[in-house]
Ligand binder design. Sequence first.
Ligand code: AHG
Ligand code: MN
Ligand code: MN
Length: 322
Amino acid sequence: MLRLRSFLQQHCNDQDLVDVIDQLAVTCKDIAHQLTLGDLAGILGSAEQENVQGECQKKLDVIANDLLKQSLSQLPVVKGIASEEEPLPVACNQEGKYLVLFDPLDGSSNIDINVSVGTIFSILPAAADKSGDDESAYLQSGRNQLAAGYVLYGPSTIMVLTTGNGVYSFTLDTRQGEYLMTRDNIQVPADTKEFAINMSNQRFWLENMKNYVADLLSGETGPLGKRYNMRWVAAMVAEIHRILTRGGIFMYPWDNREPAKPGKLRLMYEANPMSMLMVQAGGKCSTAHEAIMDIQPEGIHQRVSVVMGSANEVDIVEKYHG
Ligand code: AHG
Ligand code: MN
Ligand code: MN
């Protein structure tokens, strides 16, 4: 089986980018190891502090963030990093040519219950005239991403990656400490009968989203003419992995719990990297009105409404939104 590093060396003509992806992979092995130890390593539970977005941090959010920050800042080619758990971007090496953005631990509410979580990352080019702690350097649309991916910590640890030329997955062989390629050219089926949305927010959605989900629930005798199944893991990384494996649609739409927020999920750390993967795999990603990767970001912690997955189903959601 092909090792991640060998694959990257063959597949990617930018060896500096290979180093960044390899460093991410190595650091995620550490995070996976901490997760495997769980309570034995004292890593479960709350960190008893809030991040910049007002969310209560778990110990592992902080640990994963620190591991990634430390290891990436050692690379001369990394100019700066931005993280869901850091209030501001962090400058690394002035000569660097990449900016690395990440959600160090996605699905935090799953940590303490021993259910899947992940790390999501996005790599952008760094402008020569902007420093690594300059927020404006990071405000690039998702179309600029050089690479994007995630590491899913489930029964297996799996890295799923794109450098703009297809989507590949690598399973960590813990016996030898190597990621080995287990799937290539991943494709998302265009049609699906499986949806993922947090139904408890139903009363807060816009009418258009309420109508679409009501029609999903009405099954084979309803206007969509199919019996749909539902899943909700509460970790985007696991939902997207399921969709990359067997199709589906994942939605975290705008809702009026906090009307000023344009959604729950973060454009730079969650929506854009997952969009690059999904589009590379033949799926679609939308806010319900426009392609996520067409958004010109205005802030690194910006939030966005997300609809992504099997292309024909995303088209249907867009039609319900006129
Ligand atoms: P994070 O743990 O990085 O804050 O992200 C959690 C996100 C996403 O992964 C998941 O789909 C969603 O929040 C779960 O939200 P609910 O609490 O509404 O289930
Ligand atoms: Mn997240
Ligand atoms: Mn997170």
